[in-house]
Design a protein. Structure first.
Length: 213
């Protein structure tokens, strides 16, 4: 698979790449890992929301009246995929605190190997919001694609997917299933191994966030 075929936005900002290095390091403990995931998510959200529309308003500064800009009434939604996506929420809503937060829980059926929804709680006005789906890892792309499909079935019109690390296989899957969805990643890694872990990756993001195995 040639990477030029993949549609994914990656970030070369020095702070993002610096923090990503420490997230990859197996010596980084759960507390520091959680903090870094939050910081990275906030930095990435700054870029992911770059195209939000603006409108002019007038305010009174201590000196005089001024014409300045605010976000043009755009409604936003943040949708973490449970459980690892929870680690990214605080960083994003720290930057956009007015966003509503929904949740989607998925597991893989051991027989069919297909993603199955076990929990879904979403804003009632889903179709009126620009949604950012969060999951630290985009590996096979199965869970991401399923979550996006569930959102579309419930009326979502505008969706972006944000992850820390993506594999080419996962990007290709989401590109194929949802060509209208922009993918944002701090890094596009080499490949998946035989156990569907991203190489070099960072291991299991959920386990590292919550101190489980």
């Amino acid at each position: 698979m040639e990477r030029k075929e993949l549609r994914v936005n990656t970030f070369d900002h020095p702070l993002i790449q610096h923090k990503l290095t420490f997230i990859r390091d197996k010596r980084t403990g759960a507390k520091e890992f959680r903090e870094l995931v939050g910081e990275l998510s906030m930095l990435m959200a700054y870029e992911v929301t770059r195209d939000l529309p603006l409108e002019e308003v007038e305010v009174e500064t201590p000196i005089c009246a001024a014409r300045t800009k605010v976000i043009a009434g755009k409604k936003l939604g943040v949708i973490p995929i449970l459980r690892a996506g929870l680690g990214m929420v605080d960083g994003v809503i720290r930057l956009i605190p007015a966003a509503k937060v929904g949740h989607i829980g998925l597991y893989r059926d051991p027989e069919t190997l297909q993603p199955v929804e076990y929990y879904c709680k979403l804003p009632s006005d889903l179709g009126e919001r620009d949604l950012i789906v969060l999951d630290p890892m985009l590996a096979t792309g199965g869970s991401a694609s399923a979550a996006i499909s569930f959102l579309k079935e419930r009326g979502a019109q505008s969706i972006k997917f944000m992850c820390l690390i993506a594999a080419p296989e996962g990007v290709a899957r989401v590109n194929a299933d949802h060509p209208d969805v922009e993918i944002y990643a701090a890094a596009l890694d080499e490949r998946l191994n035989d156990h569907a872990y991203i190489v070099p990756g960072l291991g299991d993001a959920g386990d590292r966030l919550f101190g489980t195995r």
